[in-house]
Design a protein around this ligand. Structure first.
Ligand code: NAP
Length: 266
């Protein structure tokens, strides 16, 4: 890590964590790192918390692809985005002192709403009915009208997001080496008028998914980007594709995606 010396720490202000965070600051400085006050000045962004904090750290620092994100867990276990635990200082020093750190790249998805701004997600984009009534979506894969969905909504997950919300609705866990998007249903209504595939499907990274919201009065969906909701009220079209950017994290020995999946779920 010889040419990456500016570190920004991202964490929630919690009194109980403060002594451990101060120790991390000291450890970084002792190893000739410069602790910076603003993420724009950093080439290493360290998130201290859990996966939820890691998602926030990436979002609040604009999904930078020119820096390394490092997840440090504070709870009993390391998690899907956290390769270190706050109590494992030796492991952190060892990684810091390596001349060339191996890097793991996680795909992110781009979401364009009504041909305007593009938003990014590291876990998933969710599109849900904002009211009790079901809502109707015309689902297109590239230019093909694939199905008309009626129900609560849909989740479009990245491979690393496949172990999160997507997994709770029986979606598959996908290897992040597969550049892909997974589309999962939330309570689809199936009858003689509305028919959906009924299972999750995985799209290659060069496909585009378009959801056109049928303008029948229930066209104010809640759009979730990882752990944040978009405050857009009226929506007609949502286009989702794999982004060109990737999030870089430190790749450690004995900590592959599948080792983490095994540790977390089995
Ligand atoms: P939260 O609702 O407070 O917690 C969601 C849980 O999911 C936390 O335990 C979090 O881990 C874990 N998590 C986050 N990303 C993960 C991943 N990629 N793989 C495995 N577990 C993951 O919200 P949050 O902590 O801010 O996380 C936001 C995420 O929650 C969303 O992106 C969505 O995927 C997920 N979510 C799940 C459901 C569901 O399963 N029914 C419903 C809504 C949202 P940590 O404890 O380490 O933070």
């Amino acid at each position: 890590m010889d040419n990456r010396r500016n570190v920004y720490f991202f964490y929630k202000e919690e009194e109980s964590l403060q002594p451990k965070i101060s120790e991390l600051f000291k450890l970084a400085e002792k190893n000739q790192f410069i602790v910076v006050d603003h993420p724009d000045e950093a080439n290493i962004i360290v998130s201290i918390g859990g996966d939820g904090t890691f998602l926030q750290s990436v979002r609040k620092t604009q999904f930078r692809d020119d820096c390394l994100y490092v997840g440090v867990a504070t709870e009993s276990n390391v998690s899907l985005y956290c390769d270190f635990h706050i109590d494992e200082k030796e492991k952190m020093v060892e990684a810091m002192l390596q001349e060339r750190v191996e890097v793991r790249r996680y795909p992110i998805i781009d979401v364009r709403v009504d041909d305007k701004t593009v938003f990014h997600c590291l876990n998933e984009c969710t599109v849900k009915s904002g009211v009790i009534k079901t809502f109707v979506l015309d689902v297109f894969i590239d230019d093909l009208h694939f199905e008309t969905f009626r129900g609560d909504g849909m989740i479009i997950a990245t491979p690393t997001g496949s172990t999160a919300y997507n997994k709770s609705v029986n979606g598959s866990v996908v290897d992040p080496k597969l550049e892909s998007l997974q589309v999962s249903e939330l309570a689809s209504l199936n009858n003689n008028e509305y028919r959906t595939l009924g299972s999750s499907f995985i799209l290659s990274g060069d496909r585009k998914l378009t959801l056109k919201i049928v303008q029948d009065g229930n066209d104010h969906p809640v759009i979730g980007m990882d752990n944040e909701a978009l405050s857009i009220r009226h929506v007609e079209k949502i286009e989702v594709s794999l982004g060109s950017k990737k999030i870089k994290t430190v790749k450690l020995k004995d900590n592959s995606f599948w080792e983490k999946v095994k540790r977390t779920f089995l």
